[in-house]
Design a protein around this ligand. Structure first.
Ligand code: DON
Length: 304
């Protein structure tokens, strides 16, 4: 497949569409980013890298980090996880509180903020130094020792994180958070503040395209069944109340973040990451979705 030609063509085409999205500003530090950045990186199953635009520039991965923490907890505790969080699409926005009250404080899935906070709580429970552990793991997956938390972004989100504070306290009232809310939020804001480039991100998600095996070391991190389930979660819940549209138009499992990153996984074929900070009304990168829709259309390949 001539991926480079395809990326070149898509990049030029998408760049001509009027971008009606808006940069996330509810985390003030994120609003400082150059709104016109646009990069794409595709990594095929032989680890060949194809890039276009700002593919080597670091950005805030935000909610994309939820896939990594969920996979760490799933690999550690297995199906016990589903006693604390569900695996159904929520059909609601990423930071919604409404379903929790009628559902006993069990979030619908690990990718909405409510679910990710429960996963953060589990990270504190199951790892001695979860911040260091997570960073090491992300460095292993990306093969990049320079991946770090962005302390300014973490603190900026903490200062304005009223909704996440509400969520974690509300869930704790149902006894589905075991640690102190402050500690859970601190971990959560740090995981969201991790920065990497499109190339790093495509590399990071290779494990999900490769049956749970980390390509560089050949280490089986997730069983084939667990890897299938992680991809199923990304397919159903990766784009919140736009997960249906993403499946409809793109047809790959994936995950977005309010930093403007989107990553998608084509098992046994490739991973692809796009970064463009302007978000549509559902909080997903406007150009990111346009790019991926064209990729699966022009290659005539998706999981469906
Ligand atoms: O908790 C938040 O609101 C952010 N740290 C992450 C949200 C996010 O990335 C949603 N994704 N599109």
């Amino acid at each position: 497949m001539a991926y480079q030609d395809i990326l070149d063509g898509i990049y030029n085409e998408v760049n001509q569409i009027e971008n009606t999205g808006k940069v996330a500003d509810y985390i003030p530090e994120l609003a400082k980013v150059d709104a016109n950045k646009y990069g794409i990186a595709l990594l095929d199953k032989h680890q060949n890298v194809f890039t276009k635009g700002d593919a080597l520039e670091k950005f805030s991965i935000q909610s994309i980090s939820k896939v990594i923490t969920t996979s760490l907890i799933f690999s550690k505790i297995g199906n016990e996880l589903w006693e604390r969080v569900g695996y159904e699409p929520s059909g609601n926005s990423f930071n919604s509180l409404v379903q929790l009250e009628n559902e006993n404080g069990i979030p619908r899935n690990p990718f909405i903020n409510a679910g990710a906070l429960v996963i953060a709580d589990l990270m504190l429970e199951h790892f001695e130094n979860p911040k260091a552990f997570l960073l090491d793991f992300v460095r292993e997956l990306t093969e990049n020792p320079n991946i770090n938390y962005n302390e300014n972004v973490a603190q900026s989100e903490k200062a304005f994180g009223y909704r996440n504070a509400a969520l974690v306290n509300f869930i704790k009232s149902f006894n589905n958070i075991k640690n102190e809310p402050e500690a859970v939020l601190d971990f959560y804001y740090h995981q969201c503040s991790i920065e990497m480039s499109c190339v790093d991100l495509a590399k990071c998600f290779q494990v999900f395209a490769n049956n749970g095996v980390i390509p560089k070391s050949d280490k089986k991190f997730l069983s084939t069944s667990k890897c299938k389930r992680m991809n199923a979660l990304m397919q159903m819940c990766g784009f919140y109340d736009q997960a249906g549209e993403f499946t409809f138009k793109v047809g790959l499992p994936g995950k977005s973040g309010v930093g403007g990153g989107v990553v998608a996984v084509f098992p046994n074929h490739y991973t692809v990451a796009v970064w463009s900070p302007k978000l549509n009304k559902k909080g997903n990168s406007f150009y990111g979705l346009e790019t991926l829709e064209r990729l699966t259309t022009e290659t005539s390949l998706s999981i469906f």
